[in-house]
Design a protein around this ligand. Structure first.
Ligand code: KG4
Ligand code: ZN
Length: 324
């Protein structure tokens, strides 16, 4: 089953064609990063207009490069929520129009579901699993005992992890998007900084036995800490990734998953990936890390999720909402 998937929930326009939920035939992403960088964040109106310009040529390009025609496509998939309303509308309308013209079903996919199924592109997912979606807008732990079955375990009380990175980078004058900027600055420090050099940043809510965390205290502490931007970027990255890792440990103890998985833009963070490798090894669980191109927003993950939302072969429907 070949699904043509569209992702336009934020500032990346994505088009992909994915076979049977795992084989990516093409994955195109047109990034608006440079356009929004001068504003220090995504400007919703600008993002929607940019999607309008980019999306249709990208669909043509995906078909051309794979030498496929609309006849070869079995279904369309599109991110329907959460995201910027105008941006989502561009993608949803495109999918509905193509579904109508090509006589194909259109499968609605939740963006967070997509970030989890980026893991499916690394090989078939096994269950039970605990996933963390850590993106610009979300930081949520989810338990899954089978495809399409999501139990919310907990998450951030305030900022999402990516948002915290973005705000920290802005405060430190490191630019946008903040995650890669903080990671690049912190990479200049090859050794742990001694406590005497700068203040140690807190790991808020570390004592709680709930899967529950907060980044606002960490951000405030950052604004009061002494040190140069490079040192502070390093410390911030250490603290923010520790918070996520500690919650993974709690989730492993409590829910005993076979697999732990991370998705969303923050899963591109190499320090976090390395720390999670350690956690998985100690706990004896399998770790699924998406390839770098599937961490940040892309349509391949939407195509993978769509296959499990609606799999006509198994005649099963998981949280399915087919919009045409
Ligand atoms: O998943 P994503 O592309 O878009 C949303 O759904 O929000 O995530 C974007 C977020 C941004 O906040 C960005 O700063 C963060 O992911 N990010 C990172 C890294 N790369 C992107 N955060 C930490 N380290 C990274 N290497
Ligand atoms: Zn995302």
């Amino acid at each position: 089953m070949k699904i043509l998937a569209i992702e336009s929930s934020c500032d990346d326009t994505g088009v992909a064609i994915v076979r049977d939920g795992k084989e990516v035939l093409i994955n195109l992403v047109s990034s608006q990063e440079k356009i929004h960088a001068k504003f220090g964040g995504v400007v919703p109106e600008v993002a929607s207009r940019q999607h309008l310009q980019t999306l249709y040529p990208l669909i043509d390009e995906a078909l051309k490069r794979t030498k496929l025609t609309p006849k070869d496509i079995d279904a369309l998939a599109v991110t329907v929520t959460p995201g910027l309303l105008g941006s989502l509308l561009v993608g949803v309308n495109a999918a509905k129009i193509l579904g109508y013209l090509w006589h194909k079903p259109v499968i609605a996919v939740n963006h967070l579901q997509g970030h989890i199924y980026a893991g499916e592109l690394m090989g078939r997912l096994r269950f039970p699993l605990v996933a963390l979606v850590a993106s610009g807008g979300h930081s949520e732990f989810v338990y899954m005992k089978k495809h399409g079955d999501y139990i919310y375990l907990g998450g951030t009380r305030d900022d999402a992890a990516g948002e915290a990175f973005d705000k920290a980078a802005r405060f430190l004058g490191l630019g946008y998007p903040g995650g890669p900027a903080i990671a690049a600055a912190a990479a200049n420090i090859q050794y742990p900084i001694s406590n005497s050099t700068i203040n140690k940043l807190p790991r808020p809510m570390g004592d709680s036995d709930q899967i529950d965390f907060s980044f606002s205290g960490l951000k405030t502490a950052l604004t009061r800490a002494k040190g140069n931007p490079t040192e502070l970027a390093y410390e911030f990255q250490e603290a923010a990734t520790d918070v996520l890792v500690e919650n993974f440990k709690k989730a492993i103890t409590k829910y005993k998953p076979k697999v732990i998985l991370i998705g969303g833009g923050v899963s591109a963070n190499r320090v976090l990936r390395t720390k999670l490798e350690g956690v998985a090894e100690t706990a004896g669980v399998e770790l699924v890390l998406p390839a770098m191109q599937y961490c940040t927003d892309n349509a391949a993950m939407i195509g993978a999720a769509a296959y499990f939302v609606h799999n006509p072969k198994r005649d099963q429907w998981y949280n399915a909402e087919v919009i045409i």
